[in-house]
Ligand binder design. Structure first.
Ligand SMILES: *[C@@H]1O[C@H](CO)[C@@H](O)[C@H](O)[C@H]1NC(C)=O
Ligand SMILES: *[C@@H]1O[C@H](CO)[C@@H](O)[C@H](O)[C@H]1NC(C)=O
Ligand SMILES: *[C@@H]1O[C@H](CO)[C@@H](O)[C@H](O)[C@H]1NC(C)=O
Ligand SMILES: *[C@@H]1O[C@H](CO)[C@@H](O)[C@H](O)[C@H]1NC(C)=O
Ligand SMILES: *[C@@H]1O[C@H](CO)[C@@H](O)[C@H](O)[C@H]1NC(C)=O
Ligand SMILES: *[C@@H]1O[C@H](CO)[C@@H](O)[C@H](O)[C@H]1NC(C)=O
Ligand SMILES: *[C@@H]1O[C@H](CO)[C@@H](O)[C@H](O)[C@H]1NC(C)=O
Length: 677
């Protein structure tokens, strides 16, 4: 770093200082952004006087973007073939929190000049949770990623990747370059050293090359990444080019020193003598303590004393809002929120911001400062610090789960014996409210209900079969199914019971879930499994279709237990009779019958007869038909599985779960994660 600094300064000093006209468009069609002309900045991005672009600074959870003002024609308007192009830029990334920081920067080719509705952190300010991976994005990006995010397929916390429409890279590799003799040399993106990146697309060979190297090493002949892909199908005719960057709880400065772009050809190398001369000044700025000292020494002692007292007062005032960060928590960095921010977001946990009360604590809505992202904060009091570390490790794990049908846990915060869990905000609330306390305007029609059933099934399938660990949701029921403003359903939070598990005498542990959704074998053995979750899902399918609770204690014998009633109606040849009357006449009879029959199969009393989540999805998607002798299977097994008394409808109260265990299954570590709401 020091070496480069001196080099840059030396070069600067020995260059004759004449005013150079740094137009952006040189005569050979090369765009040169030296000096920052014609650039448009948003968010935390800032262009300083001498041409240095700072995308993010030490502000947490921000995004910063800079784009070339005008769109460029990337494709032939007649045959739609993407032109060749090449670009190169000099950048540096500096972490603020020791060896942790985030989240990286990306060069982007995008249909829009900036991304107004994007998320910070690992979304790098490009995507948000609802548009990841969509072909309609038309985004090609080269990411310089400094955090390790497993669900996004990251290989490590120091890689370069080619991203098309999604942050899951089409191709990625750890940061390194090849010397002339072909030996690889590792680089650290976050070293603060100046590095140069080249992105070159060859229209004829449909090849995209990305080459990284330290500033003072000439461009290597062998690229870091080479992707064989025709970009014509992803790019629109006119596209904007620029950079985007984001921070999380941990921050980093992302700088762009110089940038060139050329359509239909190869850009020339960057002239080192023209790089902005900022490093020294900036370093001084960042060490504001030094400044304070200098200022302090130059003023009289009295002023100094006042200054210190004032400083101490401010410090103590600030400390009141600060939480204690323990050593081990540093590694969970991205998932930690500052108490101050949550306090501001929820207006000091004001009563008017209260969304509801769960089994473990109150839930508040809030809007995060700076990013304006809406969140839901669950406030849980805990007095034992015992088990906290394991619990938070688990929170970090759950926080990495990303699926459109799971409510995302964004992170947590500890403050004065209370734990705060931060979730994505779900504006439409929970399904039980929509099913049972609805206004006439908000009655769910069949297509909405069917979509909710599918959404929840996708979410559960992800937990059971698609993530690295098997995660068992212990409390699937309408109250834990939440809806976003587009009526997409998401499975609600899990993992909380783990906190309460520690320090509880195993002798007194009792199995619980919510009555009506507990499978017979779970109530007998207390061992939750994927098939007991499928049971609960089956009951929920029937409940959504019939618009009634699984157990109605005061109903007639035949109607009391939902499953029995549906099965009976089916045997009597009129399964449609159970359909919620509120749905009206607009429904597809085949779909309704499918859901009812599948619901019955899923909530089969014998665990072995229940389908896996992937086959549930196949049935719902109509890829695979239900067995034609299903009714026989249901009746037959009822006899074999006899003696399974239906759950007693005595108590409908929600009992918190106090039970957890882990075991090995299918060669994968399987954590049993319990939720209680
Ligand atoms: C598309 O048109 C351009 C010129 O208009 C031409 O150079 C290019 O070869 C054409 N590509 C194909 C695949 O026809
Ligand atoms: C990271 O460093 C920045 C700048 O020094 C600071 O504002 C922020 O609070 C730090 N974050 C953590 C989690 O320590
Ligand atoms: C995500 O971004 C897209 C496009 O910018 C926007 O239409 C959509 O509303 C955003 N979704 C969220 C949840 O912010
Ligand atoms: C370079 O990085 C790779 C991947 O991070 C690692 O496997 C390798 O050991 C590193 N090589 C050296 C010489 O540090
Ligand atoms: C990309 O790299 C390969 C070598 O891996 C090279 O043959 C090809 O010419 C390069 N293409 C461009 C556009 O630089
Ligand atoms: C790139 O080349 C095509 C023809 O192959 C031409 O139509 C287009 O104007 C060129 N674009 C630029 C920016 O020079
Ligand atoms: C680099 O820029 C300096 C000053 O702007 C100029 O004198 C020099 O010729 C340039 N070098 C190259 C290789 O273009």
């Amino acid at each position: 770093m020091m070496f480069q600094l001196i080099m840059v300064l030396l070069l600067f000093l020995f260059t004759p200082k004449k005013v150079v006209c740094q137009g952006t468009n040189t005569n050979d069609g090369e765009l040169n952004f030296n000096g920052g002309k014609n650039l448009y900045t948003t968010g935390s991005a800032n262009l300083n006087n001498n041409g240095l672009l700072t995308l993010t600074n030490s502000t947490p959870r921000t995004t910063g973007q800079v784009f070339y003002n005008r769109p460029l024609q990337f494709k032939d308007s007649i045959n739609g073939t993407a032109y060749s192009f090449s670009t190169t830029f000099v950048f540096a990334i500096e972490f603020h929190n020791g060896s942790y920081g985030g989240f990286g920067l990306a060069f982007v080719i995008s249909p829009t000049r900036g991304f107004p509705i994007s998320f910070p952190r690992n979304y790098l300010g490009i995507f948000n949770i609802s548009n990841m991976g969509y072909p309609s994005n038309h985004i090609v990006a080269i990411e310089l990623d400094t955090t390790f995010d497993q669900p996004l397929g990251d290989i490590d916390a120091n890689h370069v990747g080619i991203d098309i429409n999604s942050l899951v890279s089409d191709k990625a590799d750890s940061a390194h370059y090849f010397k002339d003799d072909g030996t690889p040399t590792n680089l650290s993106l976050s070293s603060g050293d100046l590095m140069q990146l080249w992105v070159e697309y060859d229209s004829k060979h449909k090849q995209l090359n990305v080459t990284l190297h330290p500033l003072l090493v000439p461009k290597p002949k062998i690229p870091l990444l080479s992707l064989q892909k025709d970009l014509s199908q992803y790019l629109l005719e006119y596209m904007y080019i620029g950079f985007t960057s984001a921070t999380g709880e941990l921050t980093a400065s992302h700088y762009i020193f110089d940038w060139k772009f050329k359509m239909n050809g190869t850009v020339s190398d960057i002239n080192h003598s023209r790089l902005p001369k900022i490093l020294l000044e900036d370093q001084l700025e960042s060490h504001s303590l030094k400044r304070i000292l200098i200022i302090s020494l130059s003023v009289s002692g009295a002023v100094l004393v006042i200054f210190l007292i004032l400083g101490l007062w401010l410090f103590l005032k600030k400390k009141k809002l600060m939480e204690v960060l323990e050593d081990w928590e540093v590694q969970f960095g991205p998932h930690r929120f500052a108490y101050k921010d949550l306090h501001t977001a929820t207006k000091g946990f004001k009563g008017t911001e209260l969304l509801g009360r769960g089994g473990f604590g109150k839930v508040y809505k809030g809007t995060l400062p700076v990013s304006n992202i809406e969140i839901a904060v669950k406030r849980v009091s805990h007095d034992s610090r015992q088990g906290m570390r394991e619990f938070i490790a688990e929170i970090a794990t759950i926080g990495r789960l990303r699926h459109p049908n799971l409510v995302r846990l964004q992170g947590y915060c500890r403050h004065k014996g209370e734990l705060y869990l931060v979730y994505d905000c779900m504006p439409k609330g929970s399904l039980d409210k929509l099913l049972y306390h609805q206004q006439p305007m908000e009655i769910l029609d069949w297509s909405q209900r069917f979509k909710i059933i599918k959404d929840v099934s996708y979410g559960l399938c992800y937990l059971h079969e698609q993530w690295v660990q098997v995660i068992i949701h212990r409390d699937i029921k309408p109250a834990n199914i939440l809806l976003d403003h587009n009526m997409n359903a998401k499975l609600g939070d899990f993992g909380l019971a783990k906190l309460y598990d520690h320090g509880i005498d195993p002798q007194t542990s009792h199995v619980a879930g919510t009555l009506g959704y507990i499978s017979p074998e779970l109530s007998r053995t207390g061992k939750a499994s994927t098939s007991s979750a499928v049971f609960a899902l089956g009951v929920v399918m029937l409940e959504i279709t019939c618009g009634r609770k699984p157990i109605l204690p005061r109903a007639s014998q035949s109607k009391m237990v939902l499953n029995d009633w549906v099965l009976e109606c089916w045997e009597n040849g009129d399964i449609m009779q159970v359909l919620d009357h509120k749905i009206g006449h607009e429904y597809i009879e085949k779909q309704v019958a499918l859901v009812l029959k599948l619901g019955l199969l899923c909530s089969h009393p014998v665990a072995a007869m229940r389908p896996s989540m992937s086959s549930v999805i196949q049935n719902l998607d109509n890829v695979v038909q239900l067995p034609h002798n299903l009714l026989d299977i249901m009746k037959d097994q009822e006899i074999k599985g006899g003696g399974e008394a239906p759950d007693s409808p005595a108590s409908r109260s929600i009992t918190p779960l106090t039970f957890t265990e882990s075991f090995l299954s299918r060669g994968r570590a399987c954590f049993l994660i319990i939720f209680a709401g």
